[in-house]
Write a new protein. Structure first.
Length: 494
């Protein structure tokens, strides 16, 4: 069975048996890069066109102009993907360079470093070839100048995740256009190195009978801890420094949170010292308008009179009870998540109509929806715990304590709690989710732009990180976890 699967895979559309073996990885990388760069934009364009066509039909308007615009936009997307300084060419240069340079470098190393074993020489040749191609391919991307903001767009799929930061760029004498791509490479290299070191330690400890239950527990908790810590950093950034997040990611979190933005602004002003309890600072209209909209007394929104403002505002008029609000929030978030996940799961099942498994699609969607609903609920209830249930009993009920709670303790509590909902997901999904959010969390800790003269540092970090990942993918493919490992295994094979 296994041999049959390998045979079928080797005869797939990306096998390219008619091409020289050295060129196959390059061609695969370019085609996959082109598909990941073009397909999401074409899909978005199609959905927009269908939506416009339905509206035009209802109004009995001619859609000829829309059709011409659709064709022109689609052609522009297809043509833009062929630009030699965009993502597809970057993929081809990175993968092709790492494979084509390997043999010449191996010959040089075998002559110069004769003291090294054959295996070490091959490993060094692979690392150096990928390092050189990584440096040059990133330089290729950085040479492309655009007129957009330094924010970037992240997507969910494994290959498209490598595209972070390539759709938008900084301008002027600043670098940072490819920063998200570099952070993605850094986190994957760190995962490879830490995983390999831990695996070696586990093998040694088990061989000597010293492997303990605590170490086994640490192995199982590693991915959940990474996810929880990363999620906390991301949610903190979403609250207090949203510009450090990619624009599309920030927008998605806001949509999932379904929160009145005036509440977020009030908590931000607390942290900035603009909204101060017990003092008249002109902030009453902000929450006062919320009170009016949700049928609550207007004076509840005046921080000079109400210390603190009631949790009813956090609940947005749902109920005075924090627990009732948490349950209500869970149910609403679960419904919203199911409407998102279930169609995607069903669409994925259609990839192989002969093996459609509706039960699997529904079960997976239900689990993922429960995870996301729990994530959102824990965040909100964490805020309530700090503001109402536990915080005042621990920190105090005086005005300075109330100010300190709303300055960041309440949001911090929600950030600390929400990520642990990952335990609802399977172990395999926890791994993928941890690898997905870790680069985004790291991006909140570094500047989005930096002086152009320091761009060589980013190229150095990217090239070294990519060299680690590619070398490991060739020597120990299972160590490169998640979707990326499967993609690299498929692309790099000759």
């Amino acid at each position: 069975m296994a041999s049959a699967l390998r045979s079928a895979r080797s005869k797939g559309p990306l096998s390219f048996k008619s091409l020289p073996a050295a060129l196959r990885p390059l061609i695969r990388a370019y085609l996959l890069g082109y598909a990941s760069a073009v397909a999401p934009r074409l899909l978005t364009l199609m959905l927009q066109f269908i939506s416009k066509k339905r509206k035009s039909a209802k109004k009995y308007l001619s859609s000829d102009r829309d059709e011409r615009s659709f064709k022109e936009s689609a052609f522009r997307i297809l043509r833009t993907g062929l630009d030699p300084r965009r993502f597809p060419t970057f993929c081809a240069a990175l993968v092709g360079g790492s494979t084509l340079l390997q043999e010449p470098l191996l010959k040089i190393i075998s002559r110069v470093a004769t003291q090294l074993s054959a295996g070490s020489q091959l490993r060094l040749a692979r690392w150096l070839s990928t390092f050189i191609s990584g440096w040059l391919s990133l330089q290729l991307l950085q040479s492309k100048q655009t007129k957009t903001s330094p924010s970037s767009s992240w997507t969910d799929s494994g290959l498209a995740a490598v595209q972070q930061g390539l759709s938008e760029a900084s301008t002027g004498a600043y670098g940072g256009r490819t920063l998200d791509l570099t952070l993605f490479a850094v986190t994957r290299a760190a995962d490879v190195l830490v995983g390999e070191l831990w695996s070696q330690r586990r093998s040694r400890r088990k061989a000597t009978g010293k492997w303990t239950a605590i170490e086994q527990l640490m192995s199982r908790l590693m991915d959940p801890v990474v996810f929880a810590a990363s999620s906390g950093l991301i949610m903190w950034a979403w609250f207090y420094s949203p510009d450090s997040l990619p624009r599309s990611y920030n927008k998605w979190i806001t949509s999932a949170a379904s929160v009145d933005l005036r509440l977020i602004e009030a908590l931000r002003r607390c942290r900035k010292g603009e909204l101060v309890y017990g003092k008249e600072t002109g902030q009453a209209p902000l929450l006062g308008s919320m009170c009016d909209d949700y049928g609550l007394p207007t004076e509840w929104g005046d921080p000079a009179k109400n210390i603190p403002f009631p949790c009813d505002l956090v609940h947005m008029g749902c109920s005075p009870s924090c627990e009732y609000h948490a349950i209500s929030r869970f149910l609403r978030s679960w419904r919203w998540s199911m409407l998102t996940y279930l169609p995607l799961a069903l669409a994925l099942q259609l990839r192989n109509p002969k093996r459609i498994n509706l039960a699997k699609a529904i079960t997976g969607s239900t689990r993922s929806s429960t995870f996301l609903a729990t994530f959102i609920t824990l965040f909100y209830y964490g805020v309530c715990l700090a503001r109402t249930r536990i915080g005042p009993r621990v920190l105090g009920k005086d005005i300075p304590s109330r100010q300190r709670i709303d300055e960041g303790v309440c949001v911090g509590t929600g950030c600390c709690l929400c990520g642990w909902s990952v335990f609802i997901e399977t172990a395999g999904r926890r791994k993928d989710m941890a690898l997905f959010v870790a680069p985004r969390a790291l991006a909140t800790l570094v500047p989005r732009r930096y002086p152009l003269e320091k761009q060589w540092r980013e190229k150095l970090i990217f090239a070294a990180s990519t060299a680690v990942v590619f070398t490991c993918a060739l020597e120990n493919p299972k160590r490169v976890r998640g979707v990326l490992g499967g993609i690299l295994g498929m692309v790099l094979k000759k």
